[in-house]
Design a protein around this ligand. Structure first.
Ligand code: NAD
Length: 478
């Protein structure tokens, strides 16, 4: 379904994120017919370019980041024709009047801040000062949203001086992932799962976001943040919220965000023994974290595992184990809901070896999988085996699965539609920092060195112990 005609202004339109995700995503939406004629995408960045140069940049970005079967010459030239470019200085005066002059009344205006976070405030201020925006305009703010609670609050204050909460779209691209939204459909559109969705029936939950890449050229920047700030405070927290929240009264932005906020507020402080941090070592394929970040005495973590308790009626007794890291064995993100054993076994000690596990896979092979125990076929006695009820989207939906929009393109279309459901609200981000800050402070106070781990492994040994001491174990990273 096409959206309304719009002008999307991308600050940082020549940057890495714009070239890899935003512009290729917009092209795919254009190809699918969702972007109406007359809509414009306006790159705005510091580099001096004419519009033709910007079109060349975008042409190359499409060639590199869009699957070849979607390279359609007519669509590409139509898309490139919708592009404009303005050289602008976010911290100065250059380009702002030109940008204001390009604006059209009665067309949806959205401003995507795909620049470093130090520029967010300056851009918001100038958009207002130079009258580039109107009351309906939307701003899209990239991560990181603050470095801690005081900086997040300051940023919220700056943005709210110029825009209302309804105009601010804080992106967490994990919320745009198809499976993440499907998690809500599975929970709230089926009778099967919700009655079991609590600590009486669920033993624990594992959330894993594993990457194979190191921090590479971004080492110096990454070293100021680390895995807790870069991944846990936002992405893993959002996943946890969607699993743990109560059913919202409607699929409505504030109804959903109210429920997520209640979960964040119910998180208990994390005990020192419930955190394991790590730093990857080097091997033939790449340098160690300490070399990558250029600081041999860095105490920043490239891996973290946490045991998190949600203190409410539903979850008391069923912990959430979270882990995320760089240079791990596989690029793999999943949520695993591990159910309890049946209360009594009529099959002797065979039962309980294979608990039911509902796995929601974010990547690769987006989809869901439920393991159930059945009898192994054959004439002998009853031998129990575990089989998967598999719902990989590619298999279930066939060719339709190829058209699943990437997280960014879906979220940008939501901005144009004015739908904030999958964006973080200001109070939610602050609550997440309020929980994360003491964890970071505790780690920094103790100044303990992150544990080294082998690249290509599933993290430091100590993270296995975090589970073993509770009689549980991590699922394999694969
Ligand atoms: P980048 O350094 O590749 O690009 C920055 C862009 O900002 C360039 O277009 C540059 O011209 C422009 N810019 C810089 N200073 C400017 C100024 N004073 N005035 C106007 N324009 C200016 O950065 P990136 O990797 O594309 O990241 C952009 C934002 O997105 C950051 O907030 C980052 O944290 C976030 N982000 C990036 C990724 C990613 O994969 N690259 C992923 C998630 C979030």
């Amino acid at each position: 379904i096409p959206v309304e005609q719009f002008d999307l202004i991308i600050f940082g339109g020549t940057g890495d994120l714009a070239k890899r995700k935003i512009l290729p995503g917009l092209y795919r939406r254009f190809l699918s017919g969702q972007i109406p004629e007359g809509s414009r995408i306006i790159g705005a960045a510091r580099s001096e370019h004419g519009v033709e140069e910007f079109r060349d940049i975008v042409r190359s970005a499409i060639a590199e980041h869009v699957a070849p079967d979607k390279h359609d010459d007519d669509a590409i030239s139509g898309f490139l024709n919708s592009l404009e470019y303005v050289t602008i200085d976010a911290l100065g005066t250059g380009g702002w009047k030109e940008l204001a002059a390009l604006m059209r009344p009665s067309v949806v205006r959205a401003f995507y801040f795909s620049v470093g976070p130090s520029l967010f405030g300056a851009i918001a201020e100038r958009l207002k000062k130079y009258k580039v925006t109107d009351d309906e305009s939307r701003i899209v703010v990239e991560k990181p949203f603050g470095h801690d609670l005081p900086t997040a609050k300051a940023l919220n204050e700056t943005l709210s001086r110029h825009f209302t909460e309804q105009q601010i779209y804080r992106i967490d691209h994990y919320l745009g992932k198809e499976t993440v939204q499907n998690l809500m459909a599975v929970r709230f559109a089926n009778m099967l799962f919700e009655p079991l969705w609590n600590a009486r029936n669920i033993d624990h939950i594992q959330i894993t976001v594993a990457e194979t890449v190191g921090v590479g050229g971004r080492g110096e920047y990454y070293d100021k943040s680390g895995a807790i700030r870069d991944m846990v405070q936002n992405h893993l927290m959002q996943l946890l919220c969607l699993i743990a929240m109560e059913p919202p009264y409607a699929f409505d932005p504030d109804a959903l965000r109210d429920e997520k906020l209640k979960v964040i507020r119910a998180l208990e402080p994390v005990e020192p023994d419930d955190i394991v941090r790590g730093q990857y070592l080097g091997d033939d394929e790449g340098p160690s974290y300490l070399e990558d970040c250029g600081n041999p005495s860095s105490l920043t973590e490239s891996y973290v595992a946490l045991k998190v308790r949600v203190s409410n009626w539903r979850w008391k007794g069923a912990p959430f184990y979270l882990r995320t890291g760089k240079r791990m064995r596989a690029r793999s993100s999943e949520i695993a809901i591990v159910f309890k054993d049946p209360p009594h076994s009529i099959f002797g000690d065979q039962a309980g070896q294979n608990p039911n596990v509902l796995v929601i896979r974010l990547q690769p092979n987006e989809g869901m999988n439920l393991t159930v125990t059945i009898k192994e076929p054959g004439p002998g006695g009853i031998r129990l085996i575990e089989v998967p009820l598999d719902m990989t989207f590619k298999e279930a939906l066939g060719a339709e699965a190829d058209d699943i929009p990437d997280a960014y393109e879906r979220l940008i279309m939501d901005v144009i539609r004015g739908n904030q459901t999958l964006f973080m609200r200001g109070d939610e981000v602050e609550a997440a920092w309020a929980w994360t800050d003491p964890i970071i402070a505790q780690v920094e106070d103790r100044a303990n060195r992150p544990k080294p781990y082998e690249p290509g492994s599933s993290g430091p040994e100590e993270s296995l112990i975090l589970m073993h001491r509770d009689g549980r174990r991590w699922r394999e990273v694969k």
